[in-house]
Design a protein. Structure first.
Ligand SMILES: NC(=O)c1ccc[n+]([C@@H]2O[C@H](COP(=O)([O-])OP(=O)(O)OC[C@H]3O[C@@H](n4cnc5c(N)ncnc54)[C@H](O)[C@@H]3O)[C@@H](O)[C@H]2O)c1
Length: 421
């Protein structure tokens, strides 16, 4: 079967995107350096929660999806979509080495008529200033010989009301023809495609969305710390404010930001802004407040144990949920990992239960039975509110609960053994 589209990077973004194209009858080859992932796709086995194997396997059997580690696969396709990681370097600067390394591999295989779209979240200017010159080393010219655009991925893993197919897709090309060509491709599979005038506008749109969330989460996280001092229930306040039908949007406090996006993406913009003698103060402030949350959580656990005449040192602290958000197994930047480190540094004996994360090898931990922990632990801290956990039972049985997610709800508020964020 002819492969219309190559997707470089078969991760949280690439695999769902492949599914959506394939379900629309568009043949996809997934290109990934991870041979294990390539083999899994070949067997029709998914490793991403949002793509059930039952949905993937028939698409693989019908030949609509295949996977390879060989970049030569792009020679056969019309379009190349890049969905590769864009992390921060150890000193918190944009690290485009994965994306640009892949673009170099693609440049040697570019041919007239190719459409290349970058989907990875990045700072404004990446497509034009970084990707385009490398691709043009092929001798081909963007807008003339090949088309180049940026189209941010907006998927929210674990979400079912808005999916890769139904979430509107923003597209900004190097030229009007590039935009149109990319829009045409996405319209074959996605419900709504929205063109913008430039790749920079599309790049910044994605960053605005993530910065908006990061800043609003920081706002409620700061409020949660003030409420703690004032003895006010922040969850009740947020819930009450959310009854206003206009002018308010509800964000939940929590133990800190996690995932590949919110703790990382805003700093792509602060870095780029410095080139323009500009300081993005909201981004920095939100980062500071959100990064402090695991430390605040440690303090809360310390006070809760203290109320039971126990010190953190020598206490058994059981973390319920270590993934960065509910109902996924994604550990990237998870505040729970920071909390494990902070608790251990204070001498706590840490265990955890997470139905989505069987092992934490770098911490020498495996998910333990929750029932045993309820009998045994001096304190159970709810860090991620996975569904399928009986929180009422937990409140009834645990010696002490510190709930950073309001998972115990009103039941927790009424119970003297439950401390809430
Ligand atoms: N995960 C999300 O929720 C989400 C949402 C929106 C946007 N994004 C953005 O999308 C981009 C991709 O993120 P992701 O979460 O899908 O990443 P991921 O880590 O889940 O997947 C990336 C894949 O790329 C592969 N890979 C790494 N280097 C490679 C190379 N040189 N060639 C081929 N394959 C290679 C990895 O093996 C992995 O399978 C990032 O820029 C991210 O910020 C992510």
């Amino acid at each position: 079967m002819k492969r219309d589209v190559a997707i470089v990077g078969a991760g949280y973004v690439g695999l769902p995107l492949a599914q959506v194209f394939a379900e629309a009858g568009v043949g996809v080859v997934l290109l990934d350096l991870d041979a294990g992932r390539v083999a899994a796709v070949g067997r029709g086995g998914s490793y991403i929660e949002d793509v059930p194997s039952e949905a993937l396997a028939p698409l693989v059997e019908q030949g609509l999806i295949s996977a390879t580690t060989d970049y030569d696969a792009v020679r056969e396709t019309d379009a190349i979509l890049i969905a590769l990681p864009t992390p921060l370097s150890p000193n918190r600067e944009p690290d485009l080495s994965i994306v640009l390394g892949a673009v170099r591999m693609l440049a040697g295989r570019l041919r007239p008529g190719h459409l290349v779209v970058l989907e990875s979240t990045t700072y404004p200017g990446t497509t034009r200033e970084d990707v385009l010159p490398i691709l043009e080393e092929s001798g081909l010219q963007a807008g003339k010989d090949f088309h180049l655009a940026f189209s941010p991925e907006r998927v929210d893993p674990g979400r079912s009301d808005w999916t890769t197919k139904t979430t509107p897709k923003i597209v900004g090309g190097i030229t009007a023809a590039c935009t149109e060509r990319a829009c045409e491709l996405y319209r074959r599979a996605l419900d709504t495609v929205i063109p913008v005038s430039t790749p920079e506008a599309a790049e910044l749109t994605k960053l605005l969305e993530n910065i908006f969330r990061s800043v609003n989460i920081a706002l409620v996280n700061e409020l949660a710390q003030l409420c703690d001092r004032m003895g006010v229930d922040v969850w009740e306040v947020v819930e009450a404010a959310a009854t206003k039908p206009f002018g308010f949007m509800s964000f939940q406090p929590g133990p800190g930001l996690g995932g590949h996006c919110l703790p990382v993406d805003p700093f792509y913009l602060s870095w780029k802004a410095r080139e323009f003698d500009f300081y993005t103060e909201f981004i920095e402030l939100a980062g500071k407040v959100n990064e402090n949350m695991p430390y605040f959580c440690l303090e809360k656990i310390t006070r809760a144990l203290n109320s039971h005449e126990r010190s953190v040192k020598g206490s058994k602290v059981h973390l319920l949920g270590v993934a960065y958000k509910a109902d996924v197994g994604d550990l990237r930047e998870s505040p729970a990992l920071k909390l494990v480190e902070l608790l251990r540094a204070e001498g706590a004996n840490v265990s955890y239960h997470d139905p989505h994360v069987p092992e934490l090898p770098e911490y020498g931990l495996s998910s333990t039975d929750l029932n045993g922990a309820l009998e045994d632990a001096d304190c159970v801290a709810i860090v991620t509110a996975h569904s399928g956990i009986d929180y009422d039972r937990l409140v009834a049985r645990a010696r002490l609960v510190v709930d950073f997610r309001n998972a115990t709800g009103k039941n927790g508020t009424a119970n003297g053994r439950v401390w809430k964020l």
